[in-house]
Design a protein around this ligand. Structure first.
Ligand code: NAD
Length: 249
């Protein structure tokens, strides 16, 4: 088994849900982890410290360029350059297109897509300079299935898939890979407090899924660990669908 090199990883939205799982897994893989979240990341910090890992967190709104600049300065002051960037922060309101106003559309694009621009601008130069980098972006299997009520969301995740395909071509020669993970419905604080339960989505999806249980954050950890490893060096521009076989893309 390959020995892991200790690296510096940034996880956005690492205060809860899938991002918290990613932050803990990357710390367990031996990396120093910096968490950017709009909310508190105390619980994530505690989990990582208990696991013997090194962690830093700061409040950051990934949709706000100034907030991202401040976060990036704090991280680079502390740890130097960043090797691994996991764009995980995102929102997924369920609202029919005809009831989606411009402000809602913009908010979804700002948080899910424009944030990927801001964070990558901040951390890609360091990766290129050091000749090694791993960028992972959260897409969604909704891009493959196109469920109603998620036009803006699915458009934002489609944007992310376009982003990884094309940035991969620009940075491949510099040791940087860029990939996306597309989960199906996963039990997280976000989905458990949203309309997903009331709409019966957890049960409805099982009829089509090959694997007859709802996804949990742990189901995504092997994928993020692999994509951020040295062993994934020859894989880039891809979107890995991890959804229990719902969308067989
Ligand atoms: P969640 O709502 O449970 O947690 C999201 C975290 O991101 C929270 O800690 C929140 O504070 C943070 N966050 C939200 N907006 C932010 C902002 N502007 N700046 C910084 N941090 C912010 O979410 P989750 O279910 O864990 O989803 C995480 C990612 O996975 C999202 O990109 C989502 O689109 C994607 N995804 C989730 C599912 C699912 O079923 N849960 C499925 C497919 C894709």
């Amino acid at each position: 088994q390959a020995q892991r090199t200790k690296r510096v990883a940034v996880v956005t939205g690492g205060g809860a849900g899938i991002g918290q799982g990613y932050a803990l897994r990357l710390a367990r893989d031996g990396h120093t982890v910096a968490v950017a979240d709009l909310g508190p990341a105390d619980a994530t910090e505690k989990l990582i410290r208990e696991a013997g890992g090194e962690v830093f967190s700061a409040r950051c709104d990934v949709s706000d360029p100034d907030s991202v600049t401040g976060f990036a300065a704090a991280v680079t002051d502390r740890f130097g350059h960043v090797d691994i960037l996991v764009h995980n922060a995102g929102i997924y309101p369920i609202v029919p297109f005809e009831e989606t106003d411009w402000a809602t559309w913009r908010r979804i694009m700002d948080i899910n897509l424009d944030s990927v621009f801001h964070l990558t601008k901040a951390f890609l130069p360091g990766m290129r300079q050091h000749g090694w980098g791993r960028i992972v972006v959260m897409a969604s299997a909704t891009f493959h299935s196109g469920p109603p009520g998620m036009v803006a969301y699915t458009a934002s995740k489609g944007g992310v898939i376009g982003f990884v395909r094309t940035l991969a071509a620009e940075v491949g020669a510099h040791g940087v890979t860029v990939n996306a993970i597309a989960p199906g419905l996963v039990r997280t604080p976000g989905t458990l407090s949203g309309p997903q339960q009331e709409l019966g989505l957890f049960d409805a999806l099982l009829a089509t899924q090959a694997i007859k249980r709802t996804g949990v954050p742990e189901d995504l950890m092997g994928t993020v660990s692999f994509l951020t490893s040295d062993e994934a060096a020859f894989m880039t521009g891809q979107t890995l669908v991890v959804d229990g076989g719902f969308a067989r893309a």
